[in-house]
Structures are given as structure tokens and as C-alpha cells.
Unconditional design. Sequence first.
Length: 94
Amino acid sequence: MTATELDHLIRQNLFAILNARGDSVEYAIEPESPLVGEGAILDSMELVNLILALEAGLAANVHREIQLLTPEVFTGAESPFQSVQRLLEHLGLR
């Protein structure tokens, strides 16, 4: 997938999650929007839903299983879930 396609997949799933809770904030999702931690746009269950949706979307597009939650994600200093941009960069490396 290209970076543009990955960005679209991330944003499409973020919009779906935010709209499901009644927030229509497409304009507020910036590359540095935090996904976790202080000021996060998602709560913990929404983050889980995002991860599952991204794994399914990636598997459908690249025709192989991809796990976003790996031991490295939890032990590394730079979590890919800190922001939209970091997640995009992380997915581009896979």
C-alpha cells in the first residue's frame, strides 16, 4: 500500500469510530493528533477497535495477516499509537 492509501485507511477508520460515538470531527484529525495519552482522540476501547479495523483492512489490501500489537510496540520508547503520523510511519515500515 502507498502512504496515501495507508493514511486514507487510518482516517477512514478513525472517522467511523468517532462518528459512532457521535463526534463529527474530521477537521480535527491532524498528523500529530494523539491517539493515546494526554489529549487522545480515542479512549482505550476505541483504540482496540481501531487496531482491529486496521489489521482487517491491511490484511484485505496486502493479502497477508499483519499484527499491530507486537511485543516491540510495548517495549519500545516510541509507540506507534502516539499519533496519527507515527502510526502511518509504523505501518509504512511493515
